[in-house]
Design a protein around this ligand. Sequence first.
Ligand SMILES: O=P(O)(O)OC[C@@H](O)[C@@H](O)c1c[nH]c2ccccc12
Length: 265
Amino acid sequence: MTVLDDIVAGVREDLEDRRRRVPLTEMVERAQAAAPVRAFDLDADFSVIAEVKRRSPSRGDLAPISEPGRLAGLYAVGGARAISVLTESRRFSGSLDDFDEVRAAVDVPLLRKDFMVDEYQFHEARAHGADLVLLIVAALDPVQLRDYLALSAELGMTALVETHDAAELEIAADLDARLIGINTRNLKDLSVDTSRFAPLAELAPPGCTLVAESGVAGLADVESYAHAGAHAVLVGEALVRDGDPQSAVARFTSAGADIRTRATA
Ligand SMILES: O=P(O)(O)OC[C@@H](O)[C@@H](O)c1c[nH]c2ccccc12
C-alpha cells in the first residue's frame, strides 16, 4: 500500500461517518443553499495561493494555528488570490471546522484541500462555501476524474487538477483542465524536488493556468517557479511558519508578477 492509498483509506472512513450524520440528499440541498461561488481569477499576472496547514505526514507539526481565521485574514490582506485550507484530519490535522472559521473571516476564494474521492465531498465542500477543490490525478481513475471535474463545474467550483509527472499532465490536458497544478512533492516517498517543475511545465497545455505546488521556502523558489512558467504558487509550510505571513504573501506575489509580466512583455 502506498502512502497515498493509506491516506485515502482513512479519508473514506471519516467520510462515511459524516455521511451517516448528514446523508447525501441533505448535503446536496445544503450545497444548493450555499452563498454564491467567489471566482478564482485565472488571468491574474501572478497569484499566491496561501495554505492553512497545521501538520503534514512528511514534515510533522508545522504550526499550532490556534486561530485559522486570523491567519487567513493576514493572507488576504497580503494579497493572496485564494486560500487553501487542509480539511484532512488524520495526517494533516485539518478539519471542516478550520474551513468554516476561514470562510467566516475572509472573502477571497477558498480551496478545500483534501483527498477528494467521493461525490459526497464535492457537495460538502460547496455547502461549506468552497470555491475551489483539489483533484489529485494519482488518486483517481480516469472515469472518476472526468466525473468529478464535471461535478465541480456543475457546482460552480474550479478544480485544481494536481499532477506529478508527464503522464498525469497529459491526462489533465486531455480533460481540458483549466487550472493545473504540478506538485514537486513525490507522493511515494513525500520528498520535494523543486527542479522537477521546469521540465514538466514545458509539457503543460497552452492556455492553462499553471500552479507550482510545494517546496517554496523563500523568494528564490517563487522566482524560479515563475521563470519556469508558473502563473501561481501554492505555499504552505513557509507561510504558516513565517512571523509575518502578510508581508511574505505580498513579497511572493510581486516577485512572481515582475517575472511574469517581463516574460509576456
Ligand atoms: O508546504 P508546502 O511545501 O508549501 O506545500 C504546499 C502544498 O503544495 C502541499 O500542502 C500539497 C500539495 N498537494 C497536496 C495534496 C494533499 C495535501 C497537501 C498537499
